[in-house]
Write a protein that binds this ligand. Structure first.
Ligand code: SF4
Length: 465
């Protein structure tokens, strides 16, 4: 096992991400030793140096590794004398995904998901989806309950000596709050969170999977993605436990199906796309060129209540759920015109479950539409109305989600119309956006919208909005 110093120091990772990855690695090495394995654990300037050091010292006949999760390390290892074996962190190998993609002109998540469910057999009976439907999205779009609701608390671990050792070694200036035990750093602790999530949390997941509330940061999200992405949990054991809970009547179908779709559908789809379309990673179809605003880099606060709470969540825990990521962060980033590669890297560095393969397709494809629609037929942008419907942020915000002009106009709403106006030449021919452009064309105050949008964008860039 190699801790690559250059990898760790080359990017401004969030403190809790560094803590999670390094502690999990060192704990795993300890566990292996306790079970009788001999572990060569190296801290080296690079992975290449670690491999060379190991070979020079031990002269192995062969070096065998699991296929890595990033294109960079994959390139490095295939250029060296290393035998790679398929990883069990994914159920659809990248070569199998490539075969599935074949000659299809468009890759649709829904097609991939149905294919995965059929071949893997989760929630299936006689070749048909249990319950007679492939998905229950219509039942899963509830806003938060009045007052924000009450939610089962996540499991928290006590930090031990190894946690402290890793934290003490982190360089000065690392961003992000100190960890308080939300993230498991061992297989055992990850398994305990899996059981807790399935038994206590998952029943409420479905209806509220897209809801946001200022009173609670986790709602009914499993928060298992860091463990799946690190290999502390495997996707088949997670899905099997959820299916069993459904079969035993402990979890309703809309929650079980919604969860399994995230794991065998979206997660594996994103993984396959990352390897299939390497050029997506650096795309910028809309030509966005703005730098990260000061509120994202910790140099200013923002008056936007939804964004403020989301940014604080990232700072405190290195995690917010998928809707703040997509409809708050990526949304305002695209509306404001931030360079998508900066958004991609910011998310990869700051989220505890971040990785190139996660953020490439999620940010460049879905969040920022930087790939020009290969992955999503239209950009996921919205004004304040969506956030107002799905959260309780707007009530206490100094802006009004319904207004697009004037000093109290919601920046999302103003910039939404301005985004359509600015990107008309690229987007107007998209038939899925015909309704939006027809509404835009009927706006009588478009000149005021443009003027207010210029003020909002200047304010965001200066850290005053
Ligand atoms: Fe966010 Fe706009 Fe609502 Fe304020 S009014 S919370 S900025 S969506």
């Amino acid at each position: 096992m190699v801790e690559s110093e250059s990898l760790l120091s080359s990017r401004p990772y969030h403190r809790q991400r560094l803590h999670l990855v390094l502690t999990a690695m060192r704990r795993f090495a300890e566990e292996l030793r306790k079970s009788g394995f001999e572990v060569d654990y190296r801290r080296e300037p690079t992975l290449r140096a670690g491999l060379k050091g190991h070979c020079d010292e031990f002269h192995p006949d062969t070096v065998v590794a699991t296929e890595p999760n990033s294109a960079g390390v994959d390139k490095l290892l295939t250029g060296l004398d290393v035998t790679l074996i398929a990883s069990d962190q994914f159920l659809c190998h990248r070569d199998v995904f490539r075969e599935w993609a074949g000659e299809r002109t468009q890759l649709r998540l829904e097609d991939f998901y149905r294919w995965q469910r059929t071949r893997l057999g989760y929630l299936m009976e006689d070749g048909e989806p249990i319950g007679g439907r492939w998905n229950y999205d219509e039942e899963n779009r509830e806003p938060p309950p009045r007052g924000g609701g009450t939610w089962v608390e996540p499991v928290q671990s006590r930090l031990d000596e190894l946690d402290q050792e890793v934290l003490d070694e982190l360089p000065d200036g690392v961003s992000g709050a100190q960890p308080v035990g939300w993230w498991a750093t061992s297989r055992r602790a990850a398994l305990s969170r899996l059981r807790h999530s399935v038994d206590e949390v998952l029943p409420e997941f479905g209806p509220y999977e897209d809801a946001m509330t200022k009173t609670n940061w986790h709602l009914a999200h499993s928060m298992l993605s860091p463990y799946l992405n690190l290999g502390l949990l495997l996707p088949d054991e997670v899905c099997q436990m959820v299916e069993d809970a459904y079969t035993e009547g402990r979890v309703p179908i809309n929650s079980a199906e919604g969860f399994i779709r995230q794991v065998i559908g979206w997660r594996e789809f994103v993984w396959g796309i990352y390897w299939l379309w390497p050029d997506q990673f650096d795309s910028n179809h809309l030509g966005n060129d703005q730098p990260l605003p000061p509120s994202w880099t910790g140099d200013a606060d923002t008056d936007m209540a939804c964004l403020d709470d989301t940014l604080h969540g990232v700072e405190e825990r290195g995690w917010v759920h998928h809707i703040p990521r997509l409809m708050v962060l990526a949304n305002i980033a695209n509306l404001h015109g931030i360079d998508p590669s900066l958004v991609r890297d910011w998310m990869r560095n700051n989220f505890v479950d971040g990785a190139d393969w996660v953020m490439g397709p999620n940010v460049m494809g879905m969040g920022m539409w930087a790939d020009g629609g290969r992955m999503s037929t239209k950009p996921y942008v919205s004004g304040g109305a969506y956030i107002n419907r799905m959260s309780d942020y707007c009530k206490d915000c100094r802006f009004d989600p319904k207004k697009r002009t004037g000093p109290d106009a919601c920046p999302f709403t103003t910039l939404y119309w301005d985004f359509l106006d600015r990107n008309r030449s690229v987007l107007a021919s998209n038939h899925r956006m015909a309704r939006q452009f027809s509404t835009l064309d009927r706006l009588s105050d478009i000149d005021e919208v443009r003027a207010r949008a210029a003020e909002v964008r200047a304010g965001i860039a200066a850290g005053t909005i």
